[in-house]
Write a protein that binds this ligand. Structure first.
Ligand SMILES: CC(=O)[C@@H](O)[C@H](O)COP(=O)(O)O
Ligand SMILES: NCC(=O)COP(=O)(O)O
Length: 238
């Protein structure tokens, strides 16, 4: 079964547009869970333009579902994660000024860096995942870092899906097979949506989790948050 983790960054972006506390990010985290989300994902960035470090601390004790913190492993991010102790941390190679995540790790050149950080998180009982492009070579080297899982960066799938779904999914199937061969658990995310999710989940073997934010929160404007989460869940249950 593929779990749906809802990324609530965009709810925080909306709140931050005005200051104040509307919409209430903590309430949204609890409500996403109540509406069926099987995980909550947050991606704090250094400028805190969406989810803030304090939000991350406040969410941990009020949710019971899986908590996944994504981000670049700067010292302040590492400190945050070690103080919060989520179920999973996903390491993403975002530079501080990145608009959004736009590539996976080069797991060859960053192998020693990642290995040390991953060991620190795992010593605290935190499962690790690292964000990778769908390249079997990068996935094989990811296994040498000691990580538990990889998260496939799905933007290229999402942008190619409307023109040619078979071609769009091809590298992701190969990547999933490579992950299984080296014993890594498999997550995926970025730009997954109501149109492309079902085809992805049906075709990718051993997909443990998808994290979805931008499209899901946007769909919630039209369909409501509860209904939208249920619509996404139905795309994963077949
Ligand atoms: C790693 C990844 O793909 C997501 O965490 C994404 O970067 C979050 O989306 P925002 O850019 O909307 O914060
Ligand atoms: N890890 C991907 C994620 O959390 C959400 O990405 P997106 O759906 O906002 O593109």
């Amino acid at each position: 079964m593929t779990r749906l983790s809802v990324n609530i960054n965009k709810i925080a972006t909306l709140r931050n547009a005005r200051g104040g506390n509307i919409p209430d990010v903590l309430k949204a985290a609890v409500d996403c869970q109540r509406f069926g989300a099987e995980g909550i994902t947050v991606h704090p960035r250094p400028d805190e333009r969406h989810i803030r470090y304090q939000d991350v601390r406040d969410i941990r004790p009020i949710i019971t579902t899986e908590f996944n913190i994504e981000g670049y492993p700067s010292e302040s991010f590492i400190e945050l994660v070690l103080s919060v102790v989520p179920h999973q941390v996903t390491l993403v190679p975002d530079p501080p000024d990145a608009l959004t995540s736009n590539t996976g790790w080069d797991t060859i050149t960053n192998k020693d860096f990642l290995r040390k950080i991953i060991a620190r998180f795992q010593e605290h009982g935190i499962r690790t995942s690292i964000f990778v492009n769908p390249e079997p070579e990068m996935i094989k080297h990811a296994a040498d870092t000691g990580t538990n899982r990889v998260e496939l960066y799905t933007e290229p799938y999402a942008s190619n899906f409307p023109n040619n779904p078979e071609k769009a999914i091809e590298p992701f199937v190969k990547a999933a097979i490579a992950a299984k061969e080296v014993g890594l658990g498999l997550n995926a995310g970025h730009d997954l949506n109501l149109d492309n999710l079902n085809y992805f989940a049906k075709n990718i073997p051993n997909l443990l989790e998808v994290s979805i934010g931008h499209a899901l929160i946007s769909d919630a404007l039209y369909f409501g948050l509860e209904n939208t989460i249920q619509m996404y869940l139905r795309k994963l249950r077949f």
